[in-house]
Design a protein around this ligand. Structure first.
Ligand code: CP
Ligand code: NVA
Length: 305
């Protein structure tokens, strides 16, 4: 049984298979072709943090594959009253076929997976957001072809998205340039030896973005860090992706943002809405890529149709 708790839980071959399935599943969706490989299968979603894209893409996705879902939030379940995660895992996983969890520390999802009878998907933790990077790498390839040998510039917080981009860099063999304000660097304890050669740190965000094939950023304050919002606004003031920054990237560079975005903070409205921005494709591809992921976790590799 496989889980998807970090991006590096899958090999490059597995991602290539998933991208092939994503293309087919997306084409079926666009042509209104009914495809129900997960008929009668049940996905439990556990949200300990807010969500729009993850909630809608997983719920719509499992339904479109013939299954259904249950949405659980901390406040409405016994999790909110302190039921141990190991107990919750043993109970939920006896009743459903697949679990997606959005929570705080990565250790919570690892403890859940250790006690789960069914595959577990990381729908975002403080450390990683593998489903988003799955969709983002797919989106890059859709627009520009192979990502190997390319340069991705990460501007801003060395957060869950940034750490997951680095895991993808080692798997797909691209370079990650990261520029973060002092005190907000990527978490070194999460970086493996295999990932180190793929990372270059920059003090100046313009230098990180120079000649990049993809420029990407995220909110200055991630979920769970709201108490630091004012301080972060001051510390990140020089880290906005704007037209001037996109101008030093390659002329065909794409702009990505996992959303939700704060126009005028981490990205200017001009860049977010501009011709290089593929943020809406990224969001849509969450649906298609996660349908491929759910199919793979439940059924394994299927004969290509
Ligand atoms: N990008 C993303 O995961 O969005 P939500 O927080 O809306 O799920
Ligand atoms: N880094 C952000 C991503 C939101 C999708 C957060 O964790 O809040």
């Amino acid at each position: 049984m496989k889980h998807f708790l970090q991006f590096r839980d899958f090999t490059k071959d597995e991602f290539e298979y998933l991208f092939e399935r994503t293309r087919l599943i997306k084409a079926m969706f666009k042509s209104y072709t009914i495809y129900h490989p997960l008929k009668d299968r049940m996905l439990a979603m556990v949200f300990e943090k807010q969500s729009t894209r993850t909630r809608v893409s997983f719920e719509a996705g499992i339904h479109q594959l013939g299954g259904s879902s249950i949405n659980l939030t901390t406040g409405e379940t016994q999790l909110g009253r302190g039921e141990p995660i190991e107990d919750v895992a043993r109970v939920i996983s006896r009743m459903v076929d697949l679990v997606m969890i959005r929570t705080f520390d990565q250790s919570i999802i690892e403890r859940f997976a250790a006690y789960s009878r069914v595959p577990v998907i990381n729908g975002l933790t403080n450390q990683f957001h593998p489903c988003q990077i799955l969709a983002d790498v797919f989106t890059y390839i859709e627009h520009r072809g192979d990502i190997a040998g390319k340069t991705v510039a990460w501007i801003g917080d060395g957060n869950n998205m940034c750490s997951t981009w680095l895991q993808a860099a080692a798997i797909f063999d691209f370079q990650l340039h990261v520029a973060s304000p002092q005190g907000y660097a990527i978490n070194e304890s999460l970086i493996s030896e295999a990932e180190k050669p793929h990372l270059t740190l920059f003090a100046d965000p313009m230098e990180a973005a120079r000649n990049a094939d993809l420029v990407t950023t995220d909110v200055w304050t991630s979920m769970g860090f709201e108490a630091e919002t004012d301080e972060r606004k001051r510390d990140f003031a020089d880290f906005q992706v704007d037209a001037e920054m996109m101008a030093v990237a390659r002329p065909d560079a794409l702009f990505m943002h996992c959303l939700p975005a704060h126009r005028g903070e981490e990205v200017s409205a001009e860049v977010l809405e501009g011709t290089q921005s593929v943020v809406w494709d990224e969001a849509e591809n969450r649906l298609h890529a996660q349908k491929a992921l759910m199919e793979y976790l439940i059924l394994g590799q299927v004969a290509q149709n």
